[in-house]
Design a protein around this ligand. Structure first.
Ligand SMILES: [Zn+2]
Ligand SMILES: [Zn+2]
Length: 731
């Protein structure tokens, strides 16, 4: 274990039990040579580990020809066998926060205070083993006072690699957007004043820059960022939370205040409130997680700060000061930065209802123990919401969130992350798993790497990767999302897949195949999708009433009839988009998932009414007729039923219908268990309805607690599939 204060912990236990010997870090394994009267007690306590540690296994062997030294010491690290443990960043702990706020502490007011239990890890690490000289803290030699604490076994910063103080540590500076330095004694106070005065300030954090402002400046921020409708995450103190959102559960509080400090999606007290922050019924909230944030909130008068990742649309978050000046100097008024290099970029993680939406800071790199044989495997992930996973020596290690691999900057970021992850874990891929889609840029990256390493390629179908990431057991998998390339080269996204990664999955059911007039245009303008599902006179008159002109309608009809640039899809996301368009909730998508998220917000205020569920057998598979659900929704609309109720009815019926085709899969295959994955499962009502319907039929439904429902689980599913095939000698 690294970065969790394991060696100082062992040292403390050795002193406690009067042991003699040594402790040494071999990269990811700790070796303890020890002798003493209380050997068993010592072993038992050491086996528990310090607070942040995860111990995979402990083995005890007698030492031959060994004479214990006179006392117990910590030896310098050695570069041994790397099973690839790279610690994730940890939010400022309570003890450090106390030091920062204590006028008698030498850490008083120091923004980068940390200890063995907290502080940056992955974001500053250049190579393993995790020691100061292999992190960006190497630029800041410890002052005598810090060195003293570092060496003092009785101190809680004993062997804290990130130890630093005002004298020796990284320093803050305040700049104008143009890069001009503003001299100030107390940079944080000035920044707080500027924020309170309505200015937009870029703040350099642990894993990258945030763009920040108060709620009063929300509209200005959205205008300059060109994101008019997207929700903005906010940071606030825990005591302010109850003014905005419903009380988090005990588990949610633990997560909010714990080592990760993720953004948590919580329901607003009044769904109609704070629309400038979020047009949805919920709000993304996080608590201050660095010394800088805590200090800023002591000065700030505003109860909250909007904190959104600093990036140009579709490109990775900005980490460097010169880049923020260059790319966003026009957008932000000021820049609050520091001089500690961000080695590895890391966005904030996002959690909702206890499930991960984005796995990044605090969670990743995520390590999972799994035996997939001797060959080393790389999974390059899908196209959207990608990350990458490495398998080496019995562990899966998944990188933080990378983004949508659709342009050169994110492709470069994917390649860079692969390089870092393989480097940090000391692995050379022998098998490279990738998406089945031949045109994906991530597929091309896989092909290039395979050539470089002489590795074997293993294509894995998107929705099968989803299910494999949940379990390697035989299940009836339910994969519901926006888009994935299917076996037949059409767009899938509402799939029932029965089987296992080793034996393969049979597609026993899916949503009705519907038309997407204009392809990607139907995703951007969901009214096109509505017409694709219901190409009839009622839809035409609805669109006409919404302002579509005759030419536009004629082109749409011709395009659909001739199937010109009109692919087919079984996507669940597109059905939700069409429902959103039908109800006039969202007519144009300005960010990923907008129509379906807005639909969910309306549905949350509505009451579901019973609707017909129509299943048909087509080519031996069960098909849920989504056109019949939307047709009924349209009838309800003309009957004058409120759109909130119709939204709720459509979501519930769709979810029940999906559960029904899964139940048919259970019956025909005899596989008793189901597994749920896919971005649509983030929708609370849909997820709970599916699980509930299955449960009522006596069928268990499992989900993946460690990976996101969305495509953040794909690289892992790809690696698991490839690993199982390799283990069985099929690759
Ligand atoms: Zn601490
Ligand atoms: Zn110092």
């Amino acid at each position: 274990m690294q970065g969790v204060g394991f060696r100082p912990f062992v040292y403390a236990q050795a002193k406690r039990f009067g042991m003699k010997g040594t402790v040494i870090n071999h990269g990811s394994e700790v070796e303890i040579d020890a002798a003493g009267e209380k050997f068993d007690e010592f072993c038992r306590e050491v086996g528990k580990g310090p607070k942040m540690s995860v111990i995979d296994s402990v083995s005890v062997e007698p030492l031959q020809n060994w004479n214990p030294p006179a006392n117990f010491t910590i030896l310098p690290s050695q570069d041994g066998a790397r099973t690839g443990f790279v610690p994730a960043d940890i939010a400022t702990c309570e003890h450090c926060l106390h030091d920062i706020m204590d006028p008698n502490s030498r850490y008083y007011g120091y923004w980068a205070t940390s200890c063995t239990d907290c502080g940056p890890r992955y974001s500053i690490i250049k190579s393993v083993p995790y020691d100061r000289e292999r992190t960006s803290m190497d630029d800041f030699p410890a002052c005598p006072a810090c060195q003293n604490e570092y060496e003092n076994p009785g101190n809680r910063r004993h062997h804290a690699q990130t130890i630093a103080c005002r004298e020796c540590g990284p320093k803050l500076s305040l700049l104008k957007g143009s890069g001009e330095i503003i001299s100030a004694n107390d940079t944080i106070s000035v920044a707080a004043e500027l924020l309170d005065a309505g200015k937009i300030v870029a703040i350099r954090g642990i894993g990258g820059f945030h763009i920040c402002c108060t709620e009063e400046s929300a509209e200005k921020l959205k205008t300059v960022l060109g994101r008019p409708n997207q929700s903005l995450a906010v940071m606030m103190k825990p005591e302010t939370l109850s003014d905005f959102v419903v009380e988090p559960t005990k588990g949610e509080w633990e997560l909010l205040k714990g080592p990760v400090h993720p953004i948590m999606i919580l329901d607003k007290i009044d769904p109609e409130s704070h629309k400038n922050l979020s047009q949805l019924h919920n709000l993304g909230v996080m608590l201050p997680y660095t010394g800088l944030h805590h200090l800023l909130f002591t000065k700030l008068r505003s109860p909250l700060l909007i904190m959104t990742s600093a990036n140009a649309p579709g490109t990775p978050m900005i980490t460097e000061t010169k880049t923020i000046i260059e790319k966003m100097g026009q957008v932000v008024d000021y820049i609050l930065t520091h001089d500690r290099e961000i080695v590895n970029r890391c966005d904030d993680s996002i959690v909702r209802d206890g499930y991960l939406i984005r796995m990044s800071r605090g969670y990743a790199p995520l390590r999972t123990r799994m035996v997939l044989g001797k060959r080393q495997i790389l999974g390059v992930g899908p196209e959207r919401n990608a990350n990458t996973t490495v398998y080496t020596r019995g562990f899966l290690i998944t990188s933080p969130h990378i983004g949508n691999i659709r342009n050169p900057p994110t492709v470069a970021y994917l390649e860079e992350t692969i390089e870092k992850l393989t480097g940090l874990t000391g692995s050379v891929p022998e098998i490279i798993a990738h998406d089945l889609h031949p045109q994906f840029l991530s597929t091309r990256v896989a092909q290039q790497l395979a050539e470089r390493y002489g590795a074997v390629l293993c294509p894995v179908q998107h929705h099968r990767a989803h299910i494999a990431s949940v379990t390697t057991e035989e299940v009836v998998g339910i994969a519901i999302d926006g888009v994935g390339y299917g076996d037949d080269a059409t767009i899938w996204g509402g799939e029932i897949l029965a089987g296992s990664p080793g034996d393969g999955y049979i597609r026993t059911g899916h949503l009705e195949q519907v038309l997407m007039p204009g392809g990607d245009l139907a995703t951007k303008f969901p009214e096109r999708m509505l017409y694709g599902i219901l190409p009839n006179e009622e839809t035409v008159s609805l669109l006409r009433n919404r302002g579509w002109d005759e030419t536009g309608l004629r082109i749409l009809a011709q395009q659909t009839e001739k199937r010109f640039n009109t692919p087919v899809t079984t996507s669940t996301g597109r059905v939700l988009d069409a429902a959103s368009a039908l109800l006039g909730i969202c007519r144009e998508r300005t960010y990923d998932g907008e129509p379906s998220m807005m639909l969910e917000a309306y549905a949350a205020r509505g009451v579901a009414q019973p609707m017909e569920i129509t299943l048909e057998s087509r080519d031996g598979r069960d098909v849920l007729l989504t056109s019949s659900i939307l047709r009924e929704g349209m009838e309800m609309l003309s009957d004058g039923i409120c759109i909130e109720d119709i939204a709720a009815s459509i979501q519930t019926t769709l979810a029940k219908g999906i559960a029904n085709i899964a139940l048919n899969g259970v019956q025909t295959t005899g596989i008793p268990k189901t597994a749920l994955s896919g971005g649509v499962a983030i929708n609370r009502s849909i997820r709970e309805t599916i699980i509930e319907t299955l449960k009522n039929a006596g069928v268990e439904c499992i989900t993946n607690p460690r990976y996101p429902f969305g495509d953040g689980c794909i690289s892992c599913g790809q690696v698991i599939t490839a690993g199982i095939l390799a283990k069985e000698g099929r690759i």
